[in-house]
Design a protein around this ligand. Structure first.
Ligand code: NDP
Length: 485
């Protein structure tokens, strides 16, 4: 019987892995794969649900660790990270077996055959994860890869390595299959060392720049990659929107996790008829948001200084080109961290960095538009396409906007909610990457699709084998004319 508690890792236990250590961990994961992938789906799911029970037994310590490493408030860690992960695991435990069930498929003209599509594990998956949601964005792909029958080597961000090591310990502390998740810690060099190993898939979540270098390195071994990259999500507020709800949604969507969310609302386009009242409501709610630490705060701080510098630079750049701050805009200290108060801006020029590049901080630029077409056009004027939201009542207009938006997911009269619905595939288009996590598609992302054709008739030879029979060409021609002419 193992202890219900894991040892929470110290920083000293997260040193830079050597290349040799990376190679050894990949080999260990490969070895663990040989027994793990032979288990039935149900047996794998039961094991993963045991790991989840262990997580819940260590809930307080892991939440404290997430808070310590990121500077977010504990409610955000509990709801947005742990709860979302646990729900995703329930979903795959319940539904995953059906998604991976071998499918009989039609055989067309080959009536003397039967055919099936199998979904098999790939092997060893490298998971490389970011710091902004160090639990859900790590445990999510790790658990999904495992449900599909793979084993994992994980490289968490060097900004939040202890959460990654703690996840590894949840698996390592089990009586059986203790080696199915291996963790290597360190910076980009370690990530690079991992992806150049002979792994069978790379699941990367991070910035566009690193995503591109991951893809380039993966090309050498032709390793398939799943890239979950940045976003510049637009929110469109139509003239018939419920403005109280839309304003509250904008504030949460822009400022939760101190804006450090890939799907954060980073641009709002509001129809001119409702621009002023919407703006007033957003400013009123923003002024009530409490940034700080502990239970009295609504949001925490920017996680580390590099992120503060990026956000501060974008803010200054926008102000220099005529933007106006309607709320916030101040630098502050939250504990040991530097941060910026939730900031609402108007008249931000479309060619500023704030409107072009990912901000990943608590800045909310709001732009007035004269019609729906203009809103769609501006929303789509970005290289990113992660998610978006539209707020209004007219179903036809909503459908039109949903269809036209260049985004991997769209929330209607809500924001970022698609991520929390485990059956909805999550991922981007354009610079936001490709491939999907969550949903059926997310599980299949970690599978090899194998097409199998069987012969049931047992002829001595097939008509199209050599030497070719004379009648074949003529008969095929007649068939083509009769069937497709
Ligand atoms: P980075 O791209 O800087 O890092 C992501 C991960 O890659 C980290 O573990 C990092 O290690 C590692 N890494 C760095 N260099 C290399 C390399 N050359 N080869 C392999 N791995 C490497 O992103 P951030 O951690 O700063 O995360 C923020 C970004 O992630 C934002 O752009 C955000 O939008 C995006 N993101 C996307 C999400 C999505 O689902 N689409 C969700 C959340 C975030 P280290 O940190 O140690 O340098």
């Amino acid at each position: 019987m193992t202890s219900p508690k894991i040892a929470i890792p110290t920083l000293a236990e997260t040193g830079e892995a050597t290349e040799e250590e990376v190679i050894n961990k990949v080999a260990k994961a490969r070895q663990a794969y040989s027994s793990w992938h032979r288990l039935s789906y149900r047996a794998r799911a039961n094991h993963l649900l045991e790991v989840r029970r262990k997580l819940i037994k260590n809930l307080d310590e892991i939440v404290d660790l997430i808070v310590e490493e990121t500077g977010k408030v504990s409610t955000e860690a509990i709801v947005n990270e742990i709860l979302v992960t646990c729900e995703l695991m329930s979903y795959y435990a319940r539904r995953g077996e059906g998604f991976l069930r071998t499918q009989r498929v039609p055989v067309g003209i080959a009536i003397h055959k039967w055919a099936e599509v199998r979904y098999q594990p790939l092997g060893v998956v490298a998971v490389i994860s970011p710091w902004n949601y160090p639990f859900v964005l790590t445990m999510g792909p790790v658990a999904t890869a495992l449900f599909a029958g793979n084993t994992v080597v994980l490289k968490p961000s060097e900004v939040t390595p202890r959460v990654g090591v703690a996840i590894g310990r949840l698996f390592a502390s089990m009586d059986e299959f203790a080696d199915i998740v291996q963790v290597v810690t360190g910076g980009g060099k370690v990530g690079q060392a991992l992806i150049t190993q002979p792994v069978d898939k790379i699941a990367f979540t991070g910035s566009v720049q690193t995503g591109k270098s991951v893809m380039k390195a993966a090309a050498d071994n032709l390793t398939p990659v799943l890239l979950e990259l940045g976003g510049k999500d637009a929110m469109i507020v139509l003239a018939d929107a419920d403005l109280d709800r839309a304003a509250a949604g904008a504030v949460w969507g822009a400022f939760t996790n101190c804006g450090q969310t890939c799907m954060a609302v980073e641009r709002v386009y509001v129809l001119e008829d409702v621009y002023e009242p919407f703006l007033n409501k957003v400013v009123e709610i923003t002024n009530k948001v409490r940034e700080g630490q502990g239970d009295s705060a609504d949001i925490g701080a920017l996680t580390y200084e590099r992120q503060y510098d990026i956000v501060q630079h974008q803010l200054e750049d926008a102000l220099q080109t005529g933007a106006k701050v309607l709320a916030g805009g101040n630098s502050m200290r939250v504990g040991t961290r530097k941060s910026i108060s939730p900031t609402v801006l108007v008249e931000v020029s479309p060619d500023t960095e704030m409107m072009q590049q990912e901000t990943f901080g608590p800045l909310l630029p709001i732009t007035k538009v004269s019609n729906v077409e203009e809103a769609i056009q501006l929303a789509n004027q970005s290289s990113f396409g992660l998610s978006a939201s539209v707020w209004g009542k007219n179903k036809k207009t909503i459908q039109q906007v949903v269809y036209e938006l260049k985004a991997g997911s769209v929330s209607v009269n809500d924001v970022m909610i698609s991520y929390a619905i485990p059956s909805l595939p999550f991922g981007g288009v354009g610079a936001s990457g490709f491939g999907r996590t969550h949903g059926r598609e997310g599980l299949l992302e970690f599978c090899a699709v194998k097409a199998v054709a069987h012969d049931w008739l047992g002829l001595k030879r097939e008509p199209h084998w050599l030497p070719l029979p004379r009648w074949l060409g003529k008969t095929a021609k007649l068939y083509l004319k009769a069937r497709y002419g």
